[in-house]
Design a protein around this ligand. Structure first.
Ligand code: ATP
Length: 268
């Protein structure tokens, strides 16, 4: 259907070095997605099947999308991203069909990852007495049908992300569906140091820039916040003088005062 033309495939260029911290989740993604892709016969030999669905749980701005793209990129898989709520808004009245075509499209472009961001957006209205529920119900059911029918050999992995694990429809968590849960945490001090390093990679900076100190000062900042801080430091440097071609520690401190930390909570 014409509406599905809006869903674009991409081969993302993000590598593991672009993701600071998250050592455990990276390892889980490598084992669950990269290994079976590289050595499917090893899994067959051992009689184990890799998970069809992975659910990333964690607060906003902490690299869920970034890591989904990184694993697709590292494993050379096509990447198809959809936001949960978009299945309703974009394809009103035709949501089930949209889910079916989505999987058909993924099969045609396999090996691929389908990434559902804000998967909780699918489940929120389920069970309530109004018209949109039945749509939500049917979308979730269709998603389950598609996932149950996924043949491992086709090479499609579904990754979903949420920052509202309490709103996830439990039917999605049954074995053979989203049965691998990945806990994505906000960055600790060491992680923040890595993240600053990543976002400063292509930024000329003065010798006084102390990444360790910045990581310490940036308590409560997410990866997304840190990215903004680096950008803001560059702007502060420009504001000071258009001749400045590097950012100094004072610019980063100004940036920290301008960008408020998200102060997201640890889940669990
Ligand atoms: P949301 O729930 O809002 O979708 P998310 O967890 O998917 O959040 P991302 O979209 O991956 O977060 O993060 C936004 C941006 O912040 C990333 O594109 C990246 O530039 C930066 N970022 C976040 N976390 C990290 C990290 N650990 N290392 C490097 N950059 C990061």
């Amino acid at each position: 259907p014409s509406s599905m033309r809006e869903v674009k495939f991409e081969l993302p260029y993000v590598c593991w070095e672009d993701v600071g911290g998250q050592t455990k989740v990276k390892k889980q993604l490598i084992e669950a997605v990269q290994w079976p892709q590289i050595n499917p016969e090893l899994f067959e030999c051992l009689g184990i099947s890799p998970p069809r669905g992975l659910l990333m749980i964690g607060p906003p701005g902490c690299s869920k999308t970034l890591m989904a793209r990184a694993v697709a990129s590292e494993a050379k898989l096509n990447f198809l991203a959809v936001k949960g709520p978009e299945l309703f808004s974009k394809w009103v009245g035709d949501s089930e069909k949209a889910v079916r075509s989505l999987f058909a499209k993924a099969r045609a472009n396999a090996p691929a990852i389908i990434f559902f961001d804000e998967i909780d957006g699918l489940a929120v209205t389920r069970g309530r007495e109004n018209d949109s529920i039945s749509v939500a119900d049917r979308v979730v059911s269709q998603l389950l049908v598609e996932m149950d029918g996924l043949d491992r050999r086709v090479g499609i992995t579904v990754i979903a992300a949420t920052n509202r694990p309490d709103k996830i429809d439990h039917a999605l968590l049954r074995p053979g569906r989203f049965d691998l849960l990945l806990n994505v945490h906000p960055p600790d001090e060491v992680d923040r140091e890595e993240i600053f390093g990543i976002h400063m990679r292509s930024m000329p900076r003065a010798v006084d820039v102390d990444i360790k100190e910045l990581a310490n000062l940036a308590e409560g900042y997410t990866g997304a916040d840190i990215k903004l801080v680096c950008r803001e430091a560059g702007i502060a440097a420009l504001e000071e003088s258009l001749d400045i071609s590097e950012a100094s520690m004072r610019h980063f401190k100004i940036a920290l005062s301008r960008v408020q930390p998200s102060n997201v909570q640890f889940y669990e």
